[in-house]
Design a protein around this ligand. Structure first.
Ligand code: ZN
Length: 341
């Protein structure tokens, strides 16, 4: 049965994989660029949105280049607070009830301290959470292309803020030729101090990268995991053990990881009992919303309402929250899902 796009939008959702520096409002970027004397590739909001939209990058690397533009206006505490606050407002408007948002503080410390680069967004997230009711938690990302020592410093920073809303450590950035195993000390520090771990893998590189993330780095979820099917043994292991996959359909088309959404292996992973979650990766560069990703899953991958609800609950159940807090949230969402008509 075909669902309406409006009904899909009204389903309450969780998002586990989204980059703060991929979700700026174009008009906010223009305001901040003016205040800060930064040059942007366009002088109006529509032109800027176009310049940042990655239609069909040839690779993950080409896709990642767009982020240097958003990061150029994210270099003051006030800018970070505003961007974080607006991020929550936009999430709430898309009916997102719980979001784990990630970014790399080390990309924002040219004119401020790393501490400010964590505290300013936290203040914005908390202001947004208070006003909208959408729960926000933070994942600190290290980058594969930065020195492992920097990742270790970021893991320490993440641990220092684990009572203030930081729930996990992640590794992002150019995957091919930059193995996660180089950053194992950062993962060990995070895990050893009570933080959860996720890791981008199986997007710009193959199943061995997913294997490293799980077996060497101890990741509890996998960012993307798109290319998991290339190794049937690993696929069987990941799906049967219920390792959550942070799937980003539109982003995977834009990075050329899959040719079109209809060919995305998320359908196959779901059919085999895998814990698939749906996410945007970025709203600005991928020109999407979480509701749009669910709509695409319904339209292009044929997910039924029952399957969409299962994916929604997978998102809440895979959250890096304490068990009791998570159980209450899941029970509330189960009740709300029954009421959406
Ligand atoms: Zn990502």
């Amino acid at each position: 049965m075909t669902l309406s796009q409006d009904l899909v939008r009204r389903l309450p959702k969780a998002e586990l994989h989204v980059h703060l520096d991929g979700c700026l409002r174009p008009q906010t970027m223009l305001d901040l660029a003016l205040e800060q004397g930064v040059r942007l590739p366009a002088t109006d909001a529509a032109g800027l949105a176009d310049a940042l939209f990655v239609r069909h990058a040839q690779s993950l690397e080409e896709y990642l280049e767009r982020y240097t533009i958003t990061i150029s206006v994210m270099q003051t505490p006030a800018a970070l607070e505003r961007i974080a606050y607006e991020f929550v407002q936009d999430a709430a408007a898309d009916n997102i009830r719980y979001v784990e948002v990630r970014y790399c503080p080390a990309l924002h410390d040219s004119d401020m301290s790393l501490i400010q680069a964590v505290e300013a967004p936290l203040a914005g997230f908390q202001r947004g959470e208070r006003e909208t009711g959408t729960m926000v938690r933070v994942i600190v990302s290290g980058l594969r292309t930065l020195a492992p020592k920097i990742s270790e410093g970021l893991a320490r920073l993440a641990v220092d803020y684990r009572t203030d809303g930081v729930v996990a450590f992640d590794l992002a950035g150019s995957e091919l030729g930059h193995p996660a195993t180089d950053h194992v000390a950062a993962f060990e520090y995070a895990r050893g101090h009570g933080l959860a771990c996720t890791c981008h893998a199986g997007e710009g590189d193959g199943p061995d990268s997913i294997r490293d993330a799980l077996h060497v780095c101890g990741a509890q979820r996998i960012g993307h995991g798109t290319r998991l099917f290339e190794d049937p043994d690993l696929e069987d292991e990941v799906l049967s053990q219920g390792v959550p996959l942070e799937v980003c359909l539109t982003s995977n088309v834009h990075t050329h990881t899959v040719l079109e959404i209809g060919e995305h292996p998320a359908r196959r992973y779901l059919d085999q009992g895998g814990v698939v979650t749906l996410n945007t990766d970025s709203r600005l560069m991928d020109r999407t919303t979480l509701s749009q990703e669910y709509w695409l899953a319904h339209q292009a991958l044929g997910l039924t309402r029952a399957e969409l609800e299962m994916v929604i609950l997978n998102g809440f159940r895979s959250a890096f929250l304490p068990d009791t807090e998570k159980a209450a949230l899941v029970a509330q969402i189960e009740r709300e899902l029954r009421e959406v008509r």
